[in-house]
Design a protein around this ligand. Structure first.
Ligand SMILES: Cc1cc2nc3c(=O)[nH]c(=O)nc-3n(C[C@H](O)[C@H](O)[C@H](O)COP(=O)(O)O)c2cc1C
Length: 216
């Protein structure tokens, strides 16, 4: 076995920092998510808002990538992207998606599953207008997920758009905006010693959240 594979094979971490007691957790998973997010922010967890987003093609082929969570309220989680990107095309045809957070310093992960809707235009406009101009121009410059001939091609496009929009507000492109995942399942995972981790699932059944402890 090559040394790198051997090294990875022997990496082991015992998780000791916390525990989960389903009896003490609130009925609302969104309330618990908010508590964990606040704790992760307070702990200065790096890239706390980064989440792996999984989408799938209509025939069930999954894909994943990291995006930033930008807004959350109750069971609604909003991220922003290019609607014509690979994920955007998948979501258009198959609205089922999942997001996951991993916060290694807190030894926690969260999985959230649900269906995705395009965010209201007004919400996307507000967020787009709050972004730095360079990011706004980037949204125009990038046909996200499409092949391009070179790095220079992209940079030239940015230069050209910067001249075009000089001293003018950059409007939100129609192909760029928010998606909101509406959750019907949450799972909170706290690492424990010897792989005996705590896992608590909330499933939405007939408009009520049903809580269960899962085997690690
Ligand atoms: C930390 C991090 C944050 C990211 N945030 C976003 C984001 O909020 N929106 C986005 O469209 N892409 C984001 N990306 C880039 C995506 O991971 C991905 O490359 C891009 O959205 C194209 O994905 P797709 O081809 O599957 O549609 C981020 C990447 C990283 C590593």
């Amino acid at each position: 076995m090559d040394p790198l594979s051997a090294h990875i094979k022997n990496l082991r971490e015992d998780f000791m920092k916390g525990s989960l007691n389903e009896a003490e957790m609130p009925q609302s998973p969104a309330a618990f998510f908010s508590i964990w997010m606040q704790q992760a922010v307070a702990a200065q967890t790096p890239e706390v808002q980064a989440m792996t987003l999984c989408t799938a093609s209509p025939d069930g082929k999954p894909t994943s990538r990291v995006v930033y969570l930008r807004e959350f309220e109750e069971n609604r989680f909003t991220f922003y992207t290019n609607y014509l990107s690979r994920k955007g095309k998948q979501l258009q045809e198959n609205p089922f998606a999942a997001i996951s957070f991993f916060w290694p310093d807190l030894e926690r992960q969260i999985h959230i599953e649900g269906t995705v809707e395009v965010a209201p235009t007004e919400q996307s406009n507000l967020y787009f207008n709050s972004r730095p101009v360079s990011s706004q121009i980037g949204a125009w410059a990038s046909n996200q997920s499409q092949p391009i001939p070179s790095r220079e091609f992209l940079e030239q496009k940015v230069t050209q758009l910067s001249t075009q929009f000089k001293d003018k507000p950059v409007p939100r492109p129609d192909h760029w905006g928010g998606y909101t995942l509406i959750a019907n399942r949450f799972e909170f995972w706290q690492g424990r010693k010897s792989r005996l981790h705590d896992r608590v699932e909330y499933r939405l059944e007939n408009d009520l959240w049903v809580k269960s402890r899962l085997s690690p």
